[in-house]
Each structure stands twice: as C-alpha cells, then as structure tokens.
Write a new protein. Structure first.
Lengths: 416, 374
C-alpha cells in the first residue's frame, strides 16, 4: 500500500495573483486548467456553469466517487479545478447572459474554451465585451484556433496529439505507434494559455489595454516539436519512432528488474560514464572491450549492449539498481508507477499532491504547480467546487442582487 | 533576451542532428529550435573579470533564467548579483529535496514522472517520445513561473523541477489512483476514455499510407461521428453488419463490453485501411466527424489550417544561413502573431552590442577577449 503524501499548507501572505478576478466558461482540461493555475496563486476564479449542460469532467469522464456518476462525485472535476468558485447560470436565457456579462465586466480576465463561434452566439463575443470593458483580457482556447478552414472541425486532445505529430514519435521503430496515454497536447495549451494571460496582464500594466487571445491547442503543441520540422526542412528526413534510442547517449533505455513490470531507466552519455558502469556491472563489455569503449561502437551494437544490461538488471531489485547506478554518478531512475508518484520522496518534498477535503468525495489530493515561488507560494485548500456552490457569493455579494431579484430571476429561468 | 554562454558556446550546441548533417556550433537542430529570437554573449563566469562583467549585465535584468546544478550560482559567489531579479532555476528534480543533487536527462525525469510508465505496449518496455520533451515542459513552466512571480513583486526565486513538470502531463491517471485506487498502465494504441466497465477503444489505426486517429465514441459529437461513419462506409461499399444495428440517437459507448467493442472495431479496421491519410482528413472535415490523420513533420508543414494562420515563419536560423520554417508565436494577440524576427546567436555574436550598451568600449572588450573572458 502506498503511503499517501500530505503536507501542511501554509497560508499565503499574499498570493502573487491576489486581487485578480477571472471568469471562466468551458469544459474538460484545456481551458479550465489555466484557471486552476491562476487560482493556485491567489486569483479569484469563478467558473460559470450550467446544470443543464455541466462540464464533461463532471458527467462523462470517470472515475466517480464509489463508481456512481454525478456532477459532485466526479474525480476529474474535483482534482483539476481546485481553488475556484462555481456559479450556475442559464446562458440560453437572455437574463442569464446579461448576468454573465455583468460578471465579466467586473473581471480582469475571461477564459472560454468552447467551439469557435459559441460565445458569439451567446452574445458574449470578445469584441462586444471589450467595447464595454477595454481593459478586459479574453482568452479563447480551442482545438485549431478561431479562424482558418479547420476552425470549426470538432476534435479533442488525445486525437489532436496525433495530428500534431506526437503519436508518430512514440513506439518502436517500424511498429504501430502508441498513444501518449491521454490528451497530452491539452496540457501544453494550458501552460501557454496561462502564459498568454499573464503576458497580457503585464502589458496591461503599461498600456491599460486588454487583449483578445486566440490560442490554438494545435499550434501550442507544435512548439514542442520544432526540431522535427527543422530536420525535415533542412535535411529531408521525417523524424519517427525510435524506441528509447538516443542520438548521443548509449546505452539509453529502460531495463526490466526483478518482479512484475518493474523497470529502471539508464542513460550513458560519455565513455568515462561507460567505464563507471562497467566497473559496477562487470561482464557488460566482455569480449567487446574495444568496440564498446566508444559511444559510436555502443550505438552500433545497441541490441547486444541492451541484452547484456538486461541480463544484469533482470534479477535485481529496481530501487537497488538505481541506487547503485546513482552512487556511481550515472543517470538512472526508477520507472515510477502512478501510485508511486504519491509516495515519491522528491515529489513529496515539493508538496506535489496537497491533501484537501471534498464534501462528497472526502479526503483526496489535488496537484500543485510544478514550479515553486519563494515569496508567494501556491496554495491548494479547496478541491474543485460543488456545482453552484458559490451562487450566494457571486450573485448576492459580488453582483449585489437582492433576494427578491434573485427569486424573480430564478422564476424567469436565468439560473440553472 | 540575452543568452549568456561560456566562451566557445554552451555544450548543448553539440547535440545532433545538425543542419545538412554537418557538425557545427551553429548547426545543432535541437539547439536552434530553442534559441531563436535571442541575442547572445559569452562570459567566463569562472574568472574574476567574467564575474564583474556578469554583475553589470545582471544588474539590468528583470528576469534571470539559469539551469546550473543547484547551488552553483552561490558557489560562484554570484548569489547577490541576481538577488534583485526574478530568478528562474530549472533543474531535473528541483533546488532542494533528496534528489536535488542527482543528475538526470530527459529519460530519467520522464521515468520518475510516471509519464514513461504510461507510454508503450502493455507488457512491453515503456517508451519515450523520440523527440525529448521534458526540456520543453520545464521551459514552459519556467516562463509561466516567471510571469506569476512578476505579478507578486520583484526578487522571487522560481524553482522548476523537470520531474514535477512531466508529472503534470498525464491526467487522468493520478485521479484514477487517488479516487478509485486503480493503477493505470500502458495501453498501446487504445484509450479508456468514458468507459465505466473498463473497455478499451482503439484510437490509432493503420491506413493506406500511415496511420489515423479515430475511435468509436459516445456523446453528441461521437454519435454524429458514428452515424456519418456508417453512411460513408456504405457509400464506399464496406459491409458493416454490427455497426448498422446501432441506434445512434441513443448510442452510449461507456457501457459497451470489450467483446462488443472488438466486434465493431473489426468492421472499422478494413475500411480505414482502404483510405489514405489525406482522403481520411478531407472526409472527416467535410462530414464534421471526429478524427485526424497521425501527422508527421511533413504533414505539419503542409497543413492548410496552419498556413491560413501564418504559423510557420521562415527565417535564417543563424545570420547568413538559408531560411528555415520556425513556429511563430504560440497564440494570436489581438489578431497578431508574435514574430520570429532573429535567428539564434553564434557564440558571442552580440558581445560588442550588448556590452557596449553597458558602457564597454572596443578597447575594453578586446582586453577581455585576450584574457579569454569573452
């Protein structure tokens, strides 16, 4: 059983983004995780959602608490929307749209990740919002951008990772490619989305002007594949799958250790490192001393070298192998399983998985940002909100609606 | 953005492949990919003169990004030289903690992040993306960390761990463990998606000239995709007995058993094998279906959507070299894409310009050059 990581969350003196108000509409990961990171550093992030059409992370994607679906039982929503508020509105009702517009007018940032054209149809297009509120920053994140011949083609992250070229690079040479498990490219778009919002804020400090940001998740992902395009354009070669081989390091791979599905990663970057490896694993070079003394020779005889390393690791304990290699100054790491991430001493040290309490799910974890700030650290106190949990705060305190006004809007169908 | 390198250039300039396969400090493709739009100076931080020079340069910097082993700047006696700035430190495992001093390359931090565990065929060795990814992730989060820190006042330290960065890339696996105590693992070309009974759906299929990404799915758009698929297959004379029985108005893939999924997929496979990538993409766009070809570098360069949005920008990778396509800025800001305006610097290319801005004249620079400082 894995020991679950916990940490005491210190109260932030002042979050780096405290005072920043963000209104967010969207679904799944690519838009909402931008808001999560902003909330982690103190921004007041209000998710506007609808009970009529809740986020697919609330309804369609397991796991759910106890295996029972429900908008407040959904692990994905709770895990990746920590620190936000939730307010429910009916955006199909004109008064619901008016309230959303009111809310956005009081915000610094509006994030949306619907299909292009959706917010315009709702009457919430960036142009009219910014005409009323020139300092507003609007981030629209979608599959392939707001313009162009494929703007309206539907898609989602796992398949977009294939279009962009990531899938083509994953697997053994000459074999069917494999997937990067999930919607890999979405999380690249999340990072760039947050960067775009903060860069626009930085510019706003100087100019007072807001910004309309059109983020294509496809284009964001391609930033991480620049070398493949350069190699094709310059050298006429299309980079493809190569197993775990590397252009420089040899050996460079993952090797099975004792037990079921236990692996150790190891890479050797210089001839001196190879000699250190041979010193702790005698026999690796037996009979091939001259050939294997250089990285070119080790790359040429890659299969033979890998087979010898497997013979050395296969009956050994993974963590003992890694420890021995690291003591010798070599680059090595265990291939950690997902459950092991929660007990990894280094990730625990960094507070990667803060523990929080969810009203329905109970004790659970959320994910801290992978970077730590010295003076204004991130804070994770609340998991993703229950649907509509902050209606009183948002419509009462923030928009100043009286109980009577709210009752009337409720009867009209502006809320959901 | 000024890049500071040791005299002669940094080690990463010698990572293959190279332009035209000719090894050169200005020709490393992975290095060029990461270094356009910068000016470059050289400075020997090990020497007293170099440290004086660096202090003058650092004094005017708002953000300083460094990738030394933890503690190296302090060991050089330069901690106070950067104290005023937002300092982004990017290392394999972070600035402190049990692994802070442990070296690691892309392979090891990917292994230690769970990301490697999840990629590959079930029962076989995990595999890494053949283009190293962790540097891009850590770099992106470094930029984000710097921008957050700037909002919180000057002088913060931003500690980026490549291991932690790669830990963020594979939801929903951590949630499955945290909420349901299920350990997800590699599934090759299959995805679990919405299934609540553990069925896997093929997402990568061989086609006539490569592979396509497609799946049998639920949800409104997934049902539309299924309905269109049956029509399209009929038009091309492909039998689909099992698919034809589906009521797409009510289809829900989340409860299909693996046997049912496999039966449907057996009908889809020969159809997709009969199509080229471009035939497939044109038809799914026309029919508004979910699905994409499995693209590669050539496909990305020829993509009409990217062309329409002026994504690729051709510039000389270094001064005087033939132009190559680089990605333009990652988003459109008020309709404009931030441009790639400058190739990557040769070692010390902007010494005179940048150090001149600090007030050094040609004579002083020549002295530093003779001493090996720049």
């Amino acid at each position: 059983m894995t020991e679950v990581a916990t940490r005491v969350v210190p109260a932030a003196p002042t979050g780096a983004l405290s005072g920043l108000r963000v209104v967010e509409m969207g679904f799944a990961a690519a838009g909402p995780l931008v808001g999560k990171y902003l909330a982690n550093f103190g921004a007041d992030v209000i998710r506007v959602e609808s009970r009529l059409a809740p986020d697919v992370f609330r309804t369609a994607y397991p796991p759910f608490k106890g295996g029972q679906p429900g908008p407040d039982r959904a692990g994905m929503f709770a895990f990746y929307n920590d620190g936000k508020r939730s307010a429910t509105l009916n955006l199909k009702h004109p008064k619901g749209v008016l309230l959303a517009r009111e809310l956005i007018t009081r915000a610094d940032v509006f994030i949306e990740s619907f299909t292009p054209g959706t917010i315009a149809r709702l009457g919430l297009d960036a142009g009219s919002l910014r005409a009323a509120h020139p300092a507003l920053i609007v981030l629209s994140s979608c599959n392939q951008g707001q313009t162009g011949p494929h703007a309206f083609h539907p898609g989602y992250g796992s398949q977009l990772s294939a279009l962009a070229g990531f899938v083509h690079l994953l697997g053994e040479a000459g074999s069917t490619p494999v997937l990067l498990y999930g919607p890999y490219i979405d999380y690249i778009a999340v990072g760039y989305g947050a960067i775009a919002v903060l860069a626009a804020l930085e510019r706003r400090k100087r100019t007072g002007q807001g910004c309309t940001i059109d983020l294509s998740q496809f284009e964001a992902g391609l930033q991480f594949l620049t070398p493949t395009v350069l190699e094709f354009a310059a050298n006429g070669r299309i980079p493809g799958r190569a197993g775990n081989a590397d252009a420089v390091a040899a050996p460079h791979g993952v090797y099975p250790c004792a037990g079921l599905d236990r692996w150790c990663a190891l890479s050797v970057w210089t001839d001196a490192e190879w000699q250190r490896l041979v010193a702790i694993a005698p026999g690796l070079e037996a009979g091939l001393e001259t050939d294997l003394a250089t990285s070119a020779g080790r790359r040429r005889l890659r299969d033979a070298v890998d087979a010898r390393i497997v013979a050395w690791t296969a009956s050994r304990d993974r963590d003992a192998v890694v420890a021995e290699l690291r003591v010798a100054g070599l680059r090595a790491a265990p291939v950690l399983t997902i459950s092991e991430l929660f007990s990894d001493p280094q990730l625990r040290h960094r507070g990667m998985w803060p523990e929080v309490q969810h009203p329905v799910i109970g004790a659970m974890h959320v994910m801290a940002p992978p970077f730590r700030l010295s003076a204004t650290p991130s804070v994770q106190v609340h998991p993703g909100p229950m649907i509509g949990a902050d209606n009183d705060h948002v419509f009462g305190e923030l928009l100043g609606l009286t109980d009577a006004e709210r009752s009337e809007l409720e009867r009209d169908g502006a809320f959901t | 953005m000024v890049k500071v390198e040791p005299p002669g250039g940094e080690a990463d300039r010698f990572r293959p492949p190279y332009l035209s396969d000719v090894a050169s400090p200005d020709g490393s493709i992975p290095w060029l990919a990461a270094n356009v739009n910068k000016r470059g100076v050289t400075c020997n931080l090990e020497s007293a003169e170099g440290q004086v020079l660096f202090r003058r340069l650092a004094a005017g910097a708002r953000v300083i990004i460094e990738t030394f082993a933890p503690g190296r700047l302090a060991a050089l006696g330069l901690a106070d030289a950067v104290a005023h700035a937002t300092v982004v430190s990017i290392t394999p495992y972070g600035q402190d903690g049990p692994l802070a001093a442990t070296p690691g390359s892309d392979l090891e931090v990917t292994a230690a992040s769970g990301s490697l565990w999840l990629a590959g065929e079930e029962g076989k060795a995990p595999v890494r993306t053949s283009q190293p990814q962790s540097g891009y992730w850590a770099g992106m989060y470094g930029a984000l960390g710097a921008l957050v820190a700037l909002q919180g006042g000057e002088g913060q330290r931003v500690d980026v761990s490549a291991q932690a960065s790669m830990t963020t890339v594979h939801p929903p696996a951590p949630v499955w463990w945290d909420i349901a105590r299920e350990e997800h693992t590699r599934t090759g070309p299959f995805l679990l998606g919405r299934s609540i009974v553990g069925s896997r759906f093929r997402n990568i299929w061989p086609c006539a000239d490569g592979h396509v990404s497609f799946a049998i799915q639920g949800g409104a758009i997934g049902r539309h995709t299924g309905r269109m698929l049956v029509e399209w297959m009929a038009e091309r004379g492909h039998a689909a007995a099992a698919l034809a029985t589906i009521d797409w108005e009510r289809f829900d893939n989340s409860t299909l058993t693996q046997t049912q999924v496999t039966e449907l997929e057996a009908e889809v496979a020969p159809f997709l094998r009969s199509l080229t990538k471009s035939e497939f993409y044109a038809a799914v766009v026309a029919r508004e279906m979910l699905g994409y070809p499995v693209g590669d570098a050539a496909d990305s360069l020829a993509d009409p959507q990217l062309a329409e949005r002026w994504f690729w920008q051709r510039i000389a990778p270094t001064d005087g070299a033939p132009p190559l396509p680089f990605p333009g800025g990652f988003a459109l800001f008020d309709g404009a894409r931030p441009a790639v305006t400058r190739g990557a610097p040769r070692p010390g290319q902007h010494n005179a310009e940048v150090y001149g801005e600090l007030g050094l004249d040609a004579g002083e620079l020549a002295v530093l050059q003779r001493a090996g400082t720049v």
